[in-house]
Design a protein around this ligand. Structure first.
Ligand code: SF4
Length: 387
């Protein structure tokens, strides 16, 4: 029997922690905010090694299935095991740490189902229905392989998240006209030579990258891009090989299908969604996707109610979009997502194809930023500790 792994904090890591605290003192001061601690109890608990990361617990949950199982059989089993997993989460940390890794477990089940979905890809709501296993490609232009453009300790994330072990995946399922990461999300598609820009990784290499970031002092593994959604199968598969008690953080546009979200909803400890548009029309015009608000609102509700509920929503305040986008998002958050913390971001700058859209071809004004923050204040939304 293999016991569940527990991180050993070495002296080197401790020194690195102290260096980071000097560079970004807010990364420790932010935890003086009692409301923030109250909203992120499990995340803080994992940092202090008083809680166990969800993916580690998932490894101890036995799941029996074989290659004859249909997609429907696997989905049914996932539903059943998800209920068992959520019961298991109520067990004390001491008891959890005594459990062993099951030879066939909850991670195997989610990976198996993810690979089956990849044969008719529907990870995101574009629902391209291509067989990525045989090399077909949809909008994101990715076959079954995942490519990492960089992986490093990020010091620019929100105060409670740093140092963040950030893994940037090449490619994206969106087509935002102003993308700030357009070189890794979109531009490469013009040349179609992904191998020249990023490193192909299998599940073991991805796990090794994550483990190295932990050794360097990361307090979470932060999957971003581009977007992590097209890489769900690889990320879930890598969890079987990761060993540290560390928060798994999903940093994404959140345009997943319901089925894809079901694969990760129990395994992710912390959510960092990016919510820009307050209606479907702006989502279509500037990000090139359908049903934006409907899908994003639905997924936020699920991670809030069924998932860990530990969430920082990033909202990029766009010029000329306070009434149609910022305010409807804040209204939804205040009514439906009372546990979240928001990062109201004023740093938008025109990039890439923004010049074709005069209304967003400038930075937001101070008046626009203040108007959004005042509106959030009136609704009682917590944003100051992370904005
Ligand atoms: S991840 Fe989304 S964009 Fe990529 S192939 Fe699948 S459905 Fe299409």
């Amino acid at each position: 029997m293999v016991p569940l792994a527990i991180t050993i904090i070495t002296t080197n890591v401790y020194i690195l922690f102290m260096v980071f605290r000097i560079l970004r003192p807010d990364s420790s001061l932010v935890w003086n905010n009692k409301e923030l601690r109250k909203r992120f109890p499990r995340y803080r608990g994992i940092i202090d090694d008083k809680e166990v990361a969800r993916y580690i617990i998932a490894k101890s949950l036995c799941c029996e299935f074989d290659s004859n199982y249909t997609i429907e059989d696997l989905e049914k089993l996932l539903e059943e095991k998800s209920r068992e997993f959520n019961e298991l989460l109520k067990t004390s940390t001491e008891e959890i740490k005594k459990r062993n890794v099951a030879s066939k477990n909850f991670i195997d089940l989610t990976e198996q189902l993810a690979l089956r979905y990849l044969e008719d890809c529907m990870f995101c709501e574009r629902q391209c229905s291509v067989n990525r296993i045989t090399g077909e490609k949809g909008f994101c232009l990715l076959s079954k392989d995942s490519y990492v453009s960089s992986a490093f300790l990020h010091m620019g994330e929100e105060a409670p998240l740093i140092p963040s072990g950030t893994i940037f995946f090449q490619s994206c399922n969106f087509g935002c006209v102003f993308c700030q990461n357009y070189d890794i999300s979109q531009k490469w598609k013009e040349s179609k030579k992904i191998e020249d820009l990023a490193q192909k990784v299998d599940v073991k290499q991805l796990a090794a990258l994550a483990d190295r970031l932990v050794e360097k002092g990361a307090i979470n593994i932060n999957y971003v891009g581009g977007d992590p959604i097209p890489n769900i199968h690889a990320i879930v598969g890598s969890l079987q090989h990761q060993t540290s008690n560390i928060t798994q953080l999903w940093n994404s546009n959140f345009y997943l299908t319901n089925k894809a979200l079901s694969l990760i909803i129990d395994l992710i400890d912390f959510w960092l969604p990016d919510w820009k548009w307050g209606n479907n029309e702006c989502g279509k015009k500037y990000s090139g996707i359908d049903k934006y608000f409907d899908v994003i609102a639905r997924n936020h509700k699920r991670i809030h109610d069924e998932g860990s509920g530990e969430i920082i929503i990033r909202h990029l305040i766009m010029p000329n979009h306070v009434e149609c986008c910022s305010k409807p998002i804040l209204d939804f958050v205040s009514k439906e997502l009372p546990k979240v913390v928001m990062n109201l971001m004023g740093q938008y700058r025109p990039e890439w194809k923004s010049f074709k859209y005069p209304e967003i071809n400038r930075r937001p004004t101070m008046e626009e930023i203040h108007e959004v923050k005042n509106y959030a204040d009136d609704l009682g939304i917590l944003y100051e500790p992370v904005s």
